[in-house]
Design a binder for this molecule. Structure first.
Ligand SMILES: [Zn+2]
Length: 431
């Protein structure tokens, strides 16, 4: 099989220099970044990407939920092969999560631009780079928002009306950083879009787990995603005096919430490594040192490779909560904030990535993703490829997140060749 764009030390150096420059935006003292969706820092990262793409001839535009596209129309009117990830981060997040995938996509698309320019060949489809808005879901919930709207998993109106804890909506935040478009960029003209079509999608991301690092392999071919249940929970008690109120009279919402946190953790212990549970956010009302809390909001998530196990865990959690309601004399309301089933990635995409890895002599293994990614949404509407590169010690959503330079470079080589084949129709059944 022809290798379209062989690896190239000069291209590697450009990638690493660009990654260092991008990592300066919102940099934190311990080597991470803080660029929550729609903040000034997110705006700076987006402007940096716009500049980079524009200089290289890509047309940059945003849709009505702030997804940022850099499109290169090599074949007038042909559908696009999109590649990307997200530039937003968690608070005090790592500099690789998402940002590497966007930069890798930009570099891969640009290498292909040069390839087609120099060879005089024409691909069947057009290349495009995408930075999905608000993948992280920390400031605005839910996560994977931009790709959720793009794929129809989330309504545009709901996403546009979503506000952060200060009451700022996504639309206001995006308008402030110049990230809001007034069309859909893709889709039919009737739906207020630009009439463009997506042919397929590829994403590369750090693994955020230890499998590749443990195996000493530079590449993961993602063949399935874990299922997830994310809950918003309200524990309702009664406000009282921490000193004067008799213990028997208390309806302590924080006590109930604490029991719920422990119950979730113990649930995970019951299922070994087949269930991950976490409470990542707790808001206490009124949060005064001398007041028994009247209400606590928790964000809890349960994840598993098995839909059946997740359903069983959900049931057990419901029973536990009923017991906690009695024990703490509180009421617990829970609702699903975001949920997805465990799903396979399209086998054709996995096979394509495996063929590319073999042709480039890059050692790889199949892996599952425990975290959600924008590709989790995209795979539901178009043929999709998802690639992982290693995370040292599996650290992620933390400043110490790290991936070695050589792995960053290898990932772009694999993505470039994968995109080259997708541009020529590798994931398009002949009609
Ligand atoms: Zn990510």
């Amino acid at each position: 099989m022809t290798i379209h764009v062989p690896s190239d030390p000069a291209a590697d150096a450009r990638l690493l220099a660009d990654f260092a420059a991008l990592s300066q935006i919102g940099a934190t003292p311990a080597g991470g970044v803080e660029r929550q969706a729609g903040t000034a820092e997110d705006g700076q990262a987006r402007a940096w990407l716009t500049g980079w793409l524009t200089e290289r001839g890509f047309a940059v535009s945003c849709d009505r939920i702030g997804n940022q596209f850099g499109l290169l129309e090599l074949v007038p009117g042909a559908p696009y092969v999109l590649a990307g990830s997200h530039l937003d981060s968690q608070p005090r997040g790592g500099r690789f999560d998402g940002a590497y995938g966007v930069l890798a996509a930009a570099h891969a698309a640009d290498r292909l631009r040069r390839h087609y320019q120099e060879s005089g060949d024409t691909p069947r489809f057009n290349p495009g780079v995408v930075n999905w808005f608000n993948e992280e879901g920390c400031r605005f919930k839910p996560s994977m928002m931009g790709s959720g709207v793009f794929t129809g998993a989330l309504s545009l109106d709901t996403a546009r009306e979503t506000a952060d804890t200060a009451g700022t909506t996504t639309v206001d935040a995006l308008a402030r950083i110049g990230g809001l478009g007034d069309t859909d960029v893709f889709g039919t003209a009737d739906a207020n879009g630009g009439g463009r079509q997506v042919n397929s999608y590829a994403e590369i991301h750090i693994e955020q787990g230890r499998e590749l690092d443990k195996a000493g392999l530079p590449l993961g071919l993602v063949d399935a995603t874990w299922a997830a249940n994310k809950y918003e929970i309200s524990v309702l008690g009664a406000q009282a005096h921490t000193g004067a109120t008799a213990m028997a009279d208390r309806q302590d919402a924080l006590y109930g919430a604490a029991l719920a946190v422990v119950a979730a953790r113990e649930l995970a212990e019951r299922f070994g490594d087949q269930l991950h549970t976490s409470c990542g956010q707790l808001t206490v009302y009124p949060n005064s040192p001398v007041v028994v809390a009247r209400e606590v909001h928790l964000h809890l998530d349960l994840r598993s490779p098995s839909d059946e196990l997740l359903a069983e865990a959900d049931d057990l959690l419901r029973q536990q909560f009923a017991e906690i309601e009695v024990k703490a004399d509180v009421r617990i309301e829970r609702r699903f904030a975001h949920t997805w089933l465990g799903q396979a990635y399209p086998p054709a995409g996995v096979a394509l990535a495996a063929a590319v890895a073999a042709d480039l002599e890059v050692a790889s293994m199949r892996v599952k993703t425990r975290a959600g990614h924008d590709s989790t949404n995209m795979k539901n509407i178009v043929p999709t490829v998802m690639l992982f590169i290693p995370s040292v010690d599996g650290i992620s959503h933390a400043e110490a997140e790290f991936t070695r330079d050589e792995d960053l470079c290898t990932g772009v080589d694999v993505l470039t060749e994968t995109l080259a084949r997708m541009l020529e129709g590798a994931l398009t059944p002949e009609t």
